[in-house]
Design a protein. Structure first.
Length: 217
């Protein structure tokens, strides 16, 4: 009887051990699955956050450098226009909401002033019927020459000491881009005009337009 009792006790202990081992194994599997799910969810959130850091927009119309630009998320229309070289002389900025936030895939079209558009249309019609005359060619040439003289007379802006408002006097530089110039020089003074390429939103084309208007002090 004692041997039989011992055998029954041994079997009971063995079964209890198997049950406990099975429960521990199941719990470990559940933890592993839960950890994998959490890592996957975190990866998805991180990916979406990375995509939200920048937006791609198309800027067209009365700007100096129309095209497609990648800009920081939550930026404004004025920053997108600044990245496109700024407004042209005949741009109608009153019909553009400059403080509107841009979104990915957005097209920003800057309209031309109505008077300028009418004048340009009339000029095209006149040229189509009568063609270019020698006098009109000379007039255009003299106008361009006069514009060159005016550009040479423009006072240069000292990019290492100019204020945000003074920097906005430069062609194609709006409030947002002027602020970026100040922030960039605070991390390291400009040693030449080429250092303006360090400023986000200023590329080689824009730098070429700024060279005659800036100086390093």
């Amino acid at each position: 009887m004692q041997a039989k009792s011992k055998k029954l006790i041994f079997i009971a202990v063995l079964l209890t051990g198997c049950i406990i081992t099975s429960l521990i194994s199941t719990n470990d599997k559940e933890k592993t699955l839960l950890g994998s799910s959490m890592q996957s969810a975190q990866g998805t959130v991180t990916s979406k956050a990375t995509q939200a850091k920048s937006v791609r927009v198309q800027v067209s119309g009365a700007v100096l450098e129309p095209g497609i630009y990648d800009l920081p998320a939550n930026c404004r229309v004025e920053e997108a226009i600044a990245a496109a070289g700024g407004l042209t002389e005949n741009a109608d900025s009153e019909r553009v909401n400059l403080v509107r936030k841009v979104r990915d895939g957005m097209q920003i079209r800057v309209p031309v002033q109505k008077a300028a558009w009418i004048s340009r249309t009339q000029r095209k019609n006149a040229q189509a019927t009568a063609g270019y005359s020698a006098s009109s060619t000379k007039k255009v040439g003299s106008t361009r020459a006069g514009a060159g003289k005016n550009n040479s007379a423009v006072q240069r802006v000292r990019i290492n000491s100019a204020s945000v408002s003074e920097l906005q006097q430069l062609p194609g530089i709006g409030p947002a881009l002027a602020q970026r110039i100040v922030e960039t020089r605070n991390s390291g003074r400009f040693t030449s005009a080429d250092d303006l390429l360090r400023v986000p939103g200023i590329g080689k084309a824009k730098l070429a337009k700024l060279r005659d208007y800036v100086e390093v002090d």
